[in-house]
Design a protein around this ligand. Structure first.
Ligand SMILES: [Zn+2]
Ligand SMILES: [Zn+2]
Length: 273
C-alpha cells in the first residue's frame, strides 16, 4: 500500500500547494480522498487520473476539499472510451452535491455529446452516502468511515483504508473526537489536516480566528496519534501556509506530543506503508 499527498494546501491559494487531496494505492486500486484545487494535475504526476480512480471519497463538502470534483467527473467522462460511472462515497449531502455538479456541467455535456459521435452517454456517478461503518469492501481493500467533528459543517466523515494487514487513516478536517480515535487505533499512517494555533492567534483577523474552533491543531493531531498508537503522523493542509524554512517548527511542535515519526507533507510526498 502507498499513500501520496497529492495536494497539501488549504482554502488559501499557495503557489506550491494544490488543494487538499490524498491518494491511497492499495491492491492495484487508486482511491482518491477529496478533490481540492489542481487534483488532476497532481494525479498526473504519479501516473494516475480521473479515468483510473476506483472510488472518490469525500470527507466533507467544504469548497477547498471538493472544488475540482467537477473536473474529475468531466475528465473521466470525456476521456473515457467506454461508459465508466464514477463511484463516489461521502457524507450525507454528497448525492445532492453530485446532482448539482452534474447540473452545473449541463452545457458542457451538451457541447461534447453534440460534437463527438462516439460519445453517446452522459457522465454518471454512483453515490453512496456513509456515516459510520464499512464504506467500501471489494475483498481486497476495505475502507471504513466514522463520523468526525467539523461543526458547524455537518455531517463530516474520516476514513481508514485497510489492505494486506496495513492501514492508512485520512481524517479530513476535524477536531479530536471519538470517531477519529476509532479510525486511528493502531493505524500505520494517520494523515491529518492541521492548523497552527500559535500563528493564527497572532493574526488579528476574525475570519481566521474562526478556523481554530473546528480544526485539529498540531498539538491535537499529535495527541490523537499518541492515543491511537499510530505508526506515522502526517501533517497536511497547514493553516496558515507555512513560511519557507519553518517546516521543522511544525514537526517539532507535534513531536512534543507524539513519540513516533512525524512528517510535514508537501505535494506529491509518497510513502510505502
Ligand atoms: Zn479544509
Ligand atoms: Zn473543512
Amino acid at each position: 500500500m502507498q499513500v501520496v499527498t497529492l495536494g497539501t494546501g488549504s482554502p488559501l491559494p499557495d503557489a506550491n500547494r494544490a488543494g487538499p487531496a490524498t491518494l491511497v494505492r492499495a491492491g492495484g486500486r487508486d482511491l482518491l480522498f477529496d478533490c481540492g484545487r489542481g487534483v488532476l494535475m497532481r494525479a498526473a504526476a504519479v501516473g494516475t487520473g480521473a479515468v483510473a480512480f476506483d472510488t472518490v471519497f469525500l470527507t466533507h463538502l467544504h469548497s477547498d476539499h471538493v472544488t475540482d470534483f467537477n473536473d474529475v467527473v468531466t475528465t473521466r467522462w470525456a476521456m473515457g472510451m467506454t461508459e465508466n460511472p464514477l463511484r463516489v462515497v461521502g457524507p450525507e449531502g454528497t448525492r445532492r452535491f453530485t446532482e448539482r455538479t452534474l447540473e452545473m456541467l449541463r452545457d458542457d455535456i451538451g457541447y461534447r455529446l453534440a460534437h463527438h459521435a462516439d460519445l453517446q452517454w452522459e457522465p454518471r456517478c454512483d453515490v453512496t452516502e456513509v456515516s459510520d461503518g464499512v464504506a467500501r469492501d471489494d475483498g481486497v481493500v476495505r475502507v471504513l468511515a466514522a463520523p468526525t467533528d467539523h461543526a458547524p459543517v455537518r455531517p463530516t466523515v474520516g476514513y481508514r483504508v485497510e489492505a494486506d494487514g496495513r492501514s492508512v487513516v485520512v481524517a479530513g478536517d476535524t477536531v479530536p473526537c471519538a470517531g477519529l480515535d476509532r479510525l486511528c487505533a493502531g493505524a500505520d499512517v494517520y494523515v491529518q489536516t492541521v492548523v497552527r494555533r500559535s500563528l493564527i492567534e497572532a493574526i488579528p483577523v476574525a475570519r481566521l480566528q474562526d478556523v481554530l474552533g473546528y480544526h485539529s491543531s498540531v498539538q491535537d493531531a499529535a495527541a490523537t496519534a499518541q492515543r491511537g498508537g499510530v505508526g506515522t503522523l502526517v501533517l497536511t493542509h497547514p493553516v496558515p501556509p507555512p513560511a519557507a524554512g519553518t517546516e521543522a517548527e511544525w514537526v517539532a511542535e507535534a513531536a512534543e506530543g507524539f513519540s513516533g515519526p512525524v512528517v510535514f507533507a508537501h505535494d506529491l510526498w509518497a510513502h510505502e506503508v
